[in-house]
Design a protein. Structure first.
Length: 368
């Protein structure tokens, strides 16, 4: 494996998590007492070369990223004698979103909005750097002690500049009866991620890009609002994948969310990725817009949402009805109320009489 040795001297602490290809431990720097989350992976002669390439890709991607809403990678170390790889990552003490909702139940809408803003900020940075995460979910969103969310686990991330050939429209590949999803060979047709959070185009293997992450973000918002992802009631991941890919059943939007929240999710759950909102647009949405989500962050502000619909000549604002859900307080003002003609004539008559009588009023001997 093409990974250099690290100069960090550390001691292994408690087990933080277990994955399919390795474990994560708490590590402590002997010299500085700094804590790390250390991902440990063991390789053998039976380890598929594709897995080795994925790990190398994850390391390359993470070492280029610097953002307050993305877990930072400090160093890597590969021991050629034991074939053990250690990746030294930023230690985030608050656990994951999934752990929090499992322990405490659904989050309040205020916290859900804040966390959504943090995830979107991280995703916008990734997408601007041509990276698709491909596995956005509550279990990959870590919470700091300051309640800041950081995106983690880039094991399935990919460079969006790698294009697959023969992309097809989703409408052209409706799954047949007995549909069983299988991974395709092209990089951006690969079946990656967790089924409850997968976008339709990912499951169908028709090629996908950045907006697949937006669908997964919507599923994560549902998880925060209900403590479970969409389709969770099926208790079967293959059945959930079929329901997503079939295109017949809409994603259930939690009734507990505000009108803004429901509107936000309708943008995330557009089945055609070309109709789905971008991270730039969603960061300006009232549900997720937080002016100072990170103090002192000097990132480039995203542009405002588009002002016009592509197929209409009328301005588009966030009060537009989307999927039957509108935003309050943004509807056009009603036209001024017209006065009754007879009332109007009476008012004019009184004005004329007052002008004829003068400011002093009627003569003393006049009859009223």
């Amino acid at each position: 494996m093409n990974v250099p040795r690290s100069t960090i001297k550390w001691t292994k602490g408690k087990l933080l998590g277990v994955g399919s290809f390795g474990n994560v431990y708490q590590g402590r720097d002997i010299d500085t007492a700094k804590f790390y989350a250390v991902k440990e992976m063991r390789f053998t002669n039976l380890t598929p070369m594709t897995r080795v390439k994925e790990v190398e890709s994850e390391i390359r991607i993470l070492q280029t990223l610097q953002h307050p809403n993305i877990v930072h990678q400090y160093d890597t170390d590969f021991n050629n004698k034991t074939n053990v790889l250690h990746i030294f990552l930023e230690f985030v003490s608050g656990g994951t979103i999934t752990q929090r909702v499992t322990r405490m139940g659904p989050l309040s809408e205020a916290i859900t909005r804040r966390f959504t803003n943090h995830i979107l900020a991280g995703l916008l940075y990734l997408h601007d750097n041509n990276i698709i995460h491909r596995d956005i979910k509550g279990a990959n969103c870590l919470i700091t002690k300051e309640d800041t969310v950081k995106i983690a686990d880039f094991g399935t991330a990919a460079d969006s500049r790698i294009s697959s050939k023969n992309f097809k429209k989703i409408a052209d590949v409706a799954p047949p009866p007995g549909f069983v999803p299988l991974p395709a060979s092209a990089e951006h047709k690969a079946l990656r991620g967790t089924s409850y959070y997968m976008a339709p185009e990912v499951i169908k293997g028709v090629g996908y890009g950045r907006r697949a992450d937006v669908w997964s973000l919507g599923c994560t918002v549902v998880e925060m609002a209900t403590a479970h992802p969409p389709w969770y009631e099926t208790k079967n991941q293959v059945a959930a994948m079929y329901r997503v890919a079939s295109g017949e059943e809409p994603v259930a939007i939690p009734e507990t969310l505000s009108t803004e929240g429901k509107n936000f999710l309708t943008w995330c759950f557009k089945r055609d990725p070309n109709d789905r909102a971008t991270t730039k647009y969603l960061l300006e949405h009232p549900f997720s817009k937080v002016e100072s989500y990170v103090k002192g962050f000097k990132g480039k502000a995203p542009p405002p949402p588009p002002k016009r619909l592509a197929n209409e000549g009328v301005p588009l604002d966030l009060g537009t009805i989307v999927g039957g859900v509108g935003l309050p307080g943004l509807s056009p003002k009603p036209p001024p109320k017209k006065e009754n003609d007879s009332n109007f004539r009476n008012k004019v008559g009184k004005v004329k009489v007052a002008a004829l009588l003068g400011a002093a009023g009627p003569p003393e001997n006049s009859k009223t």
